[in-house]
Design a binder for this molecule. Structure first.
Ligand code: SF4
Length: 110
């Protein structure tokens, strides 16, 4: 977990870098329902088109683009922002982020 004092000062710079990191955006059941509704897809179709089995073999994860960034990253913006998964909503508060987020890196330097 990150230092709570730092997190109070955190303001996302909107660069989209965290959506380019390799790794899995794990989905909850609620995420799947929300995203399927948002994309106007039946849940089985959403699962078929947009997810893969995560390496923990018990959860689904969003598919990535070939470069490892999130499929839904559009330029520097999340293309599904209002319906984004819980894991994305919890950034950076519930994440271990050693480095790579410009907004957090700047706070660490102050
Ligand atoms: S769903 Fe949106 S916020 Fe989450 S990784 Fe993908 S582009 Fe980023």
């Amino acid at each position: 977990m990150l230092d709570q004092g730092l997190l109070k000062e955190f303001k996302c710079a909107g660069c989209g870098d965290c959506c380019r990191w390799t790794g899995a955006v794990l989905l909850t059941n609620h995420d799947i329902t929300t995203l399927a509704n948002h994309l106007k897809l039946a849940e089985p179709d959403f699962i078929e088109i947009h997810t893969r089995l995560a390496s923990n073999r018990i959860q689904l994860a969003l598919l990535d683009k070939p470069d490892g960034s999130c499929f839904f990253l559009d330029g520097d913006q999340c293309g599904i922002y209002t319906a984004r998964p819980e894991q994305c909503r919890s950034f950076p508060h519930a994440w271990r982020v050693p480095e790579g987020c410009p907004a957090l890196d700047e706070l660490r330097e102050v």
